[in-house]
Write a protein that binds this ligand. Sequence first.
Ligand SMILES: Nc1ncnc2c1ncn2[C@@H]1O[C@H](COP(=O)(O)OP(=O)(O)O)[C@@H](O)[C@H]1O
Ligand SMILES: [Mg+2]
Length: 245
Amino acid sequence: MLEVRDLTKSFDGFVAVSGVTFGVPRGAISAIIGPNGAGKTTLFNLITGHLRPDRGHVTLNGRDVTHVAPHDLCRLGVGRSFQRTNIFPRLTVFENVQAAFICHRGGGWNLLAAGDGVHRDETAALLESVGLAGRAGEVAGFLSHGGQKQLELGLALALEPEILLLDEPTAGMSAAETRESIRLIERIVRERGLTLLFTEHDMEVVFSIAQRLTVLHQGRVIADGAPDEVRRDTEVRRVYLGERH
Ligand SMILES: Nc1ncnc2c1ncn2[C@@H]1O[C@H](COP(=O)(O)OP(=O)(O)O)[C@@H](O)[C@H]1O
Ligand SMILES: [Mg+2]
């Protein structure tokens, strides 16, 4: 469904993403893993049109989308979340998701009328599915970190994507929150028949959910394949798990 070929990006001579090639099959749960600074967020920004690559291509359903702007890519079915949350902190949880529906489907955004009916049922249903039904009236900026991440997921889903790109969806969460959040994401992806690509720095989180892994190290792909293959890979063990040989 999504193909990345030879994607490369430098910042002032520093190569953050270097010749990255991998594919995401439709319906699969795939992950990009790598330690902090490996180039995961940069790679996401290249895929979603937030950054222009120096070289390489991104193809979605066979169509070259390398230079497509983020909002147009969203119309083509690519939804994403950000490593740092991207919510409207002063609006309520409900209004955040409602605003996302209005952006996507139209309906006219008016803060004073926000409490009124526009996309009310879809908003309530989506909040239920991301586990925020009981917090609809709370001001988004006051949610816990985990709650804000759930809301971000809701905002991405309101855009009705076919493929969901989540950048470190469990960043900053406790181990318990992480497990719960991964289960939630997995359930939503399966229920909606989505394709998922997410980034993560904690390898254990990834093994519990991903069918395919791409390991980045200093901007390069050092391994790519099924979790078990990747776990056994000697280079991954050396650079990522810190084993010496
Ligand atoms: N806009 C930028 N300008 C300069 N350097 C950047 C920029 N964005 C990222 N980098 C550098 O690129 C490398 C990869 O960063 P990033 O993609 O955020 O990694 P990750 O998400 O895997 O932690 C890091 O060394 C980072 O400092
Ligand atoms: Mg990152």
